[in-house]
Ligand binder design. Structure first.
Ligand code: SF4
Length: 64
């Protein structure tokens, strides 16, 4: 499973960074996954960030 942020949907609210600062950051004013943390979905705060994104811009995709 891989976490990603769709820059077309994100509007830079920063909620994801606030909820899970070990995984999300802001780049150019938009939310982004910190390189190397794309697979840290097990952390409860990350799930909160995915579910709580007001723009539904964070997606989790299978990689198999
Ligand atoms: S919570 Fe969603 S809209 Fe806000 S910065 Fe993160 S990805 Fe973008």
């Amino acid at each position: 499973m891989r976490i990603s942020v769709d820059p077309e949907q994100c509007y830079g609210s920063g909620d994801c960074v606030h909820r899970a600062p070990s995984v999300f950051t802001k780049v150019g004013g938009l939310g982004a996954v910190i390189p190397g943390r794309e697979h840290d979905l097990d952390l409860p705060r990350v799930r909160e960030a995915v579910e709580g994104c007001p723009a539904a811009a964070i997606t989790v995709t299978r990689e198999d």
